[in-house]
Design a protein around this ligand. Structure first.
Ligand code: AR6
Length: 179
C-alpha cells in the first residue's frame, strides 16, 4: 500500500473514494464536509438523509464510517467518517485511528483501489495536525498489514490531501518519521 501526501482540494482527486470528515448527523456542515457536498451536488445530501432514515437513525458514531456514491465527484464513492471533537472532550486517540481504519475497511469492501483522506478532526474539531498525521499514517500502515480477514487489501494507494502548504508539510514530515 503506497502512501502519498498531496497539497490541494480533496474534491478534485481522481481516486476511487474520498473520505469526508463529517459529523454524526451526516447532514452536512462546513470545512471539507461542506466542500464535498457542494462538489458532489444535492444527491449526496439525499443519500445521507436516506441513510439516516434507514440504517442510521441515531446518526453515525464517532470513529465509524459509512459509504455513499460520489455523484458529481470524480471519485466513485464518498466514505463518511466522524472524527472525535476535542472541544467536546473527545481526546481518545483510538477514536481518531478508528476513523482511518474503518474507512479503509469500507473502501476494501467496495473494491476501491485508491482512497484519499483529509486531515480528519484537524479543523473545527480542534486536533493538532501533527497528531492527526501521526495517528492517520500509523493506522494506514497497521491496516496494510492486517486487512479484511486474511485477504490482501484491495486498496493500493492512500493519499492524504491537505488544504494548506503548512499542513502538507506536517504530513510529509510525519510520513518520513514513520519510516
Ligand atoms: N480539501 C481538503 N481538505 C480540506 C478542504 C478541502 N476541500 N476543506 C477543508 N479542508 P474540518 P473536522 C481541511 O473542519 O475538524 C464540519 O462542519 C481543513 O483545512 O473540515 O473533522 C463537519 O460537518 C482541515 O485541515 O473537519 C463537522 O461538523 C481538515 O480539512 C466538523 O466540521 C479538517 O477540517 C468536522 O470537523
Amino acid at each position: 500500500m503506497r502512501i502519498e501526501i498531496v497539497e490541494g482540494d480533496i474534491t478534485v482527486r481522481p481516486v476511487d473514494a474520498i473520505v469526508n470528515a463529517a459529523n454524526s448527523s451526516l447532514l452536512g456542515g462546513g470545512g471539507v464536509d461542506g466542500a464535498i457536498h457542494r462538489a458532489a451536488g444535492p444527491e449526496l445530501l439525499e443519500a445521507c438523509r436516506e441513510l439516516r432514515a434507514t440504517k442510521l437513525p441515531d446518526g453515525l458514531a464517532v470513529g465509524a464510517a459509512v459509504a455513499t456514491p460520489g455523484f458529481l465527484l470524480p471519485a466513485k464513492w464518498v466514505i463518511h467518517t466522524v472524527g472525535p471533537n476535542r472541544h467536546a472532550g473527545q481526546t481518545n486517540p483510538a477514536l481518531l485511528a478508528s476513523c482511518f481504519t474503518e474507512s479503509l475497511r469500507i473502501a476494501d469492501g467496495l473494491g476501491a483501489r485508491s482512497v484519499a483522506f483529509p486531515a480528519v478532526s484537524a479543523g473545527v474539531y480542534g486536533w493538532d495536525a501533527r497528531k492527526v498525521a501521526q495517528l492517520g499514517i500509523e493506522a494506514v500502515r497497521a491496516y496494510a498489514g492486517r486487512p479484511l480477514e486474511g485477504e490482501k487489501p484491495m486498496v493500493e494507494l492512500v493519499e492524504f490531501v491537505l488544504f494548506s502548504e503548512e499542513t502538507a508539510g506536517i504530513f510529509r514530515q510525519a510520513l518520513e518519521e514513520s519510516g
